[in-house]
Design a protein around this ligand. Sequence first.
Ligand code: GTP
Length: 316
Amino acid sequence: MSTPESPGDAAERSSTHQDGFRSGFACFVGRPNVGKSTLTNALVGQKVAITSSRPQTTRHAIRGVVHREDGQLVLVDTPGLHRPRTLLGERLNDVVHTTWAEVDVIGFCVPADQAVGPGDRFIASELAKVTAKTPVIGILTKTDLVRPEVIAERLLALQQLSETLGHEFAEIVPVSASSGHQVSLLADLLLARMPPGPPLYPEGELSDEPETTLIAEFVREAALEGVRDELPHSLAVVVEEMTPGKVLTVRAEIFVERDSQKSIVIGKGGSRLKHVGTEARRQIEALLGEKVHLDLFVKVAKDWQRDPRQLRRLGF
Ligand SMILES: Nc1nc2c(ncn2[C@@H]2O[C@H](COP(=O)(O)OP(=O)(O)OP(=O)(O)O)[C@@H](O)[C@H]2O)c(=O)[nH]1
């Protein structure tokens, strides 16, 4: 993983690409759990965003890069937009708004297995404030979960959201990230909205997210596994240190809000934490392509979601 090349490098590189090459940024918006991260992964073809069956797990704008013959699509994965109740909630919404203002196209995701509702209309009205000029593609996700008649019904309901959006959708497309149905069509439609330009990232780059952030997300995902009901959103992970050696040693701290949560994460005699470590280590090794020794520590940071100082320390 590296930073994008400098503009000079990009200009030089463009001469080796054919005319008509397009490149730019896209992001997906939608209620929590509608399948934005899964769709990002399906488009990129490798696990970069964190998926989970619980809402609000994507906290960072993780980028995946789709490399194609005719263009390059940089995908920005935002947190779920929600009505803010805590400082963390407000910060997450700011991240979303900033992202919308910067991208070339927005994919508005609505799941096929649920009716269009107030949550979707809320997002459409938020989008209306920012996206008068940005094309919005309506995406019906998870089409594998419902019958064709339902898909038709939902597509109609999705189209009607354009009234709240204030302008027509640039396209409307049903997809399934799980089966792969129409995923490459979606890539075509997104790419068509990119301006002409050279690749922004070297070939082979899939994610611009710093490795430490991805590693922290792997640990967080493993720590939440099986105890999501007890620890919905009160868990944060910071990678404190990565020390090269015979094996790379990674030291990470898991922050919880209360002592009771600390014992849940650790488990009887440390058994759960050990399992979390094994699971996260497997993913980190796959990411880095080398053997890793993972040291995990669990700490209590009281009410970190409401404390600006702690939020900064935890990277928000
Ligand atoms: N059957 C089916 N399930 C899907 C599909 N896409 C996503 N899912 C499931 O839906 C759940 C939520 O998916 P995510 O990709 O995490 O959703 P998200 O919109 O990124 O969620 P947040 O990060 O909370 O905003 C997961 O359990 C996925 O496995 C799909 O195409 N078909």
